[in-house]
Design a protein around this ligand. Structure first.
Ligand code: SF4
Length: 564
């Protein structure tokens, strides 16, 4: 069915639920960046917004920036919501507000796809990816957009090939208010790590867009104002290596055409280290960061979680291979595994010290529905549904010890002196290997120079003058400023501020120990932190990042506005 098949005009309000401050989403860096209010544009809702029939009108609201108002609900005939498990309370809240306004509600996305039973109040459930369920939904809404007498669940049996997906409706979002742009090349992952819901949700055979689609989407992101970095939200960027190899020359050509205006980042398995040809092309395409789910440095633990592919290359060698291509590794780490002992926190700290990875998202294990981990724990009665806990897993070690170990690990990993020392190593051994970017008009435009100088001034004031770790910052920054190396000072100054502040709150118990944790935080405080009025009903919850999936959260930042 094509966009023009439903001639009835409908007004659709797409609402992206709020999320809480999270380690991988850099909230504490936003106040240094003029106008930045949220992490990444939600791919899922923007893809749906682009897929509705051409005669329909769409309005998009990201509640991380601003709440949908009564006027928005009054304007709409239908309200679309998409989100992850940890956003469910906010998803409920949007549903409630829409119903108060008498609007029909539709929920799609990874959470409802895994657990439709969690959402009895929505009028329509869209289970699975874009496909025949989407067409059926549009047909029903075109025929009648009154609230149905009982819930209607539509399940995609036939997915729409990514190749047929329209460019996400980036023009509806305030793209220049996001920390990073987002883009998706592939969906699915061939591996089956025990804790991960990606293979169950999106399949093990990667589905792909064409290189032309990707460059078209990049053009649109650029037109819409992105000027920092773009994150490939693919579950595993190298899930189909041959396809990535075909894509990369197009990305290189695109960067050349556009003066290397932005940098790229992605998530990939660490065995990418075995593909030096890919890494060399990624370097030339301007990939600065790869998020690798290292999870644990312990081989027995990797085996137990079915992540043996992390051992195809010795982990430290793998990291060095990426660093040699100018690519910084960001690592996911999990505590609370069945294989953990009381020394696991210390062993992770030892690993951080030798690997010199500056940024690691250290989470406590959480079981997600639809994963082999969930099934195993459910069978053995080890799932705990309690909003006061940091995790739904009944650990083998005592719960309080696991949480205390996580807090201690966070505190020591993000001690300012240790963090800046790791960044110093990265500047010398990784950033120095980055592909040299031209001083193109796109990079040195008045707008970029102004943004870069404002950013630098704010960093120097808030970190270099006002922070209690200013001496550590100056030890790092001063020699570089003397040499005119402004870019690493901005890059590291910005990110480290978030990491240090978040880690302090985490280790003092203010932040949740997992971005999947269902533990409730004080809604008033969260709203104040984010400078947004609390939602009616006061339900403020969330998860992280991209709306199309539920994997660990990334990190990439390259202001790209001030050259060395
Ligand atoms: S954790 Fe990563 S490698 Fe493992 S199944 Fe999920 S997406 Fe694939």
């Amino acid at each position: 069915m094509t966009r023009s098949d439903h001639l009835t005009s409908r007004r659709v309000l797409c609402v992206s639920p709020r999320y809480e401050p999270s380690f991988g989403t850099f909230e504490y860096a936003y106040e240094l960046m003029n106008g930045v209010k949220a992490f990444m544009p939600p791919q899922g809702l923007l893809v749906i917004a682009a897929a509705v029939p051409a005669s329909w009108q769409v309005r998009f609201i990201d509640e991380n920036m601003t709440l949908a108002t009564d006027a928005d609900f009054a304007w709409a005939e239908v309200v679309f919501v998409s989100g992850m498990h940890v956003q469910r309370r906010q998803i409920y809240d949007i549903c409630h507000r829409a119903h108060m306004a008498g609007r029909v509600t539709v929920l799609g996305g990874p959470s409802v796809s895994a657990r439709p039973d969690h959402y009895p109040d929505f009028d329509y459930l869209h289970i699975g990816e874009l496909g025949d369920a989407t067409e059926a939904l549009f047909a029903r809404l075109a025929a009648d957009c009154a609230r149905p007498p009982r819930q209607v669940a539509l399940t995609t049996n036939e997915r729409r090939p990514l190749i047929e997906c329209a460019t996400p409706a980036y023009e509806l979002a305030q793209i220049d208010h996001y920390f990073l742009g987002s883009i998706q090349f592939s969906s699915g992952c061939p591996y089956q790590c025990e804790f991960c819901d990606i293979p169950g949700l999106f399949g093990r055979i990667p589905r792909l867009k064409t290189p032309e689609q990707i460059t078209r989407e990049l053009d649109k992101l650029l037109e819409c104002g992105i000027n920092t970095g773009v994150y490939f939200v693919d579950d595993n960027f190298i899930a189909n290596r041959r396809a990535v190899k075909a894509l990369l020359p197009h990305l290189i050509a695109w960067q050349r055409r556009n003066g290397y205006a932005i940098s790229f980042a992605c998530e990939a398995t660490l065995n990418i280290a075995r593909a030096p040809d890919l890494l060399a092309m990624m370097r030339e395409a301007g990939f600065n960061t790869i998020f690798c789910g290292i999870e644990t440095p312990e081989p027995e633990a990797l085996k137990a979680m079915s992540k043996e592919h992390n051992m195809m290359v010795p982990i430290l060698e793998g990291i060095e291979s990426l660093n040699r291509q100018g690519i910084e590794v960001v690592s996911g780490i999990i505590l609370g595994l069945d294989t953990d002992t009381r020394d696991s926190g210390q062993r992770i700290l030892d690993f951080i010290e030798v690997s010199r990875i500056p940024m690691l998202t250290i989470n406590i294990l959480q079981a997600l529905p639809g994963t082999p981990l969930w099934d195993r724990l459910e069978r053995s009665g080890r799932l705990i549904d309690d909003d006061d806990r940091e995790s739904n897993v009944d650990f083998l070690l005592p719960y309080d010890e696991v949480v205390a170990m996580w807090r201690e690990t966070m505190a020591r990993a993000y001690d300012p002196a240790a963090l800046f020392a790791r960044y110093e190593h990265q500047v010398q051994t990784t950033y120095a290997n980055r592909f040299p970017r031209p001083a193109s008009p796109q990079r040195t435009s008045c707008r970029n120079v102004r943004i870069g100088l404002t950013l630098l001034a704010k960093i120097l004031w808030k970190v270099g003058v006002r922070s209690d770790y200013r001496w550590e910052f100056w030890k790092f920054a001063w020699p570089k400023l003397k040499r005119g190396q402004i870019e690493p000072v901005i890059e590291v100054g910005l990110v480290s501020r978030h990491l240090i502040r978040f880690a302090r709150e985490a280790s003092s118990g203010v932040m949740n120990a997992s971005h999947y944790s269902a533990k409730l935080r004080d809604p008033i405080r969260v709203a104040a932190e984010q400078d947004i009025a609390p939602a009616r009903g006061g339900l403020v919850r969330f998860s992280t990042a991209s709306c199309v999936k539920n994997s660990s959260v990334p990190a990439c930042i390259e202001p790209g506005s001030v050259k060395d």
